[in-house]
Design a protein around this ligand. Structure first.
Ligand SMILES: [Zn+2]
Length: 394
């Protein structure tokens, strides 16, 4: 069961401080370590809805924030709900408590609840018009018993205001963490408002249902119907992400396979055989302990079998005899891709990803190790995902 009970707390657990990597710019984040992964049956989508509702009062601050060169936003992920302001550091310092109060002490009314519910339902429907996201959603649901941030339409539609408020008050009253990217420390008064006390780090543990098949329904939203173009996500490899080195070598391999038009997958599938019009390999973090490696093929229905065959041959060839030149350019590409993530990025607030990010930045990749890891990767078990229909018929 994904859903677990959070300990009741009276105080905020933790403040995390970062040095800004952009001069005179800063950020202030309010973070709840409670996201869509913690939702239970009947509640799928509730975190995202709470995020929307709690942003309501921020509209009153909008003009003031803008004048002071500050942006605000919020996001919901599988692990967190985060509200943040970023911009000119010395101005942010004057808005920290105003921002905190606007989010945390906001009283959600039933009207706001209804309005925002319609908005998140609309967002979910938009998401379901995209084949890739529907596919990934079904995949997560099937293999990881995991529902995405958007949740389930049926759950959102049946949610009552009372049930919503009960959940909100229970899990989103006191944030778990304040993340501060600033040269201005919190004042004593601010600390009193934020109720910071001990600085212990929560040791998150998710209990994943590993035994396979979905115990809850697949996505119940509308699904794109296009009988000519299909998205296949194959192969899909799932592995433990407790080994950073393995993780970054697999990540490098994803870049190796599809970075640039001359890369093996692009070349074979697109340029040479014209089987697909889109191919993409990626390594994703599913949660704290699981990763998934997959390739998505966008192709015509009738090309699908051929494309899969060529892809597998292509993998086999590259694993038997990888190119050292390509290995080198992939390292450059991978390192460059990290530079685009700024101090406010996902990497910085996710301890594990931050670690990986830093590891890759300075890592000395070794070709011999690369060959070993990709061999290991190739020999690990595939989860063939093409048996998951993108039309779930519910
Ligand atoms: Zn949204």
């Amino acid at each position: 069961m994904l859903y677990y009970k959070k300990k009741e707390r009276k105080n905020l657990n933790m403040i995390t401080k970062f040095k800004s990597n952009v001069k005179n710019m800063g950020a202030f984040l309010i973070k709840f370590n409670w996201g869509s992964m913690n939702e239970g049956p009947g509640n799928y989508g509730i975190s995202h809805l709470i995020e929307h509702c709690l942003c309501n009062k921020l509209k009153d601050l909008e003009t003031d924030l803008k004048i002071n060169g500050i942006k605000y936003n919020a996001w919901t992920s599988t692990e967190n709900v985060v509200f943040h302001i970023s911009g000119i550091d010395k101005n942010i310092k004057d808005f920290r408590i105003k921002f905190y109060n606007a989010v945390i002490n906001y009283q959600i009314t039933e009207d706001v609840f209804e309005r925002e519910r319609n908005i998140v339902i609309q967002e979910l429907e938009n998401m379901h018009s995209d084949q890739d996201s529907v596919f990934f959603e079904n995949l997560n649901s099937k293999y990881f018993n995991l529902c995405s941030v958007g949740g389930l339409l049926s759950n959102l539609k049946n949610l009552t205001f009372n049930k919503f408020m009960e959940y909100k008050n229970r899990y989103y009253s006191i944030p778990d963490e304040i993340v501060l990217t600033s040269k201005y420390d919190l004042t004593e008064e601010e600390k009193a408002v934020l109720k910071t006390e001990d600085k212990l780090n929560l040791n998150k543990k998710y209990n994943f249902n590993k035994n396979g098949y979905n115990t809850f329904e697949l996505i119940d939203g509308p699904v794109v119907e296009n009988n000519r173009v299909v998205t296949y996500m194959v192969p899909f490899k799932s592995f433990k992400s407790d080994n950073y080195e393995r993780f970054i070598y697999y990540k490098l391999f994803a870049v190796y396979m599809n970075d640039g038009l001359t890369s093996p997958l692009y070349y074979e599938l697109r340029e040479k055989h014209r089987y697909v019009y889109g191919v993409h390999s990626a390594l994703n973090d599913i949660d704290d302990t699981n990763c998934a490696w997959y390739t998505t093929l966008k192709t015509l229905n009738e090309n699908c079998e051929g494309a899969k065959k060529v892809m597998m041959e292509c993998f086999e060839k590259e694993i038997k005899k990888p190119s050292i030149e390509r290995f080198r350019t992939s390292i450059k590409s991978l390192k460059n891709s990290l530079k685009t993530d700024n101090y406010l990025s996902y990497f910085r607030i996710n301890t594990k990803m931050e670690h990986i990010f830093k590891t890759i930045e300075t890592y000395k990749f070794n070709f011999k190790k690369f060959k070993q890891y990709i061999k290991e990767f190739y020999n690990s078990e595939y989860i063939l995902t093409d048996d998951i229909s993108i039309k779930n018929g519910k």
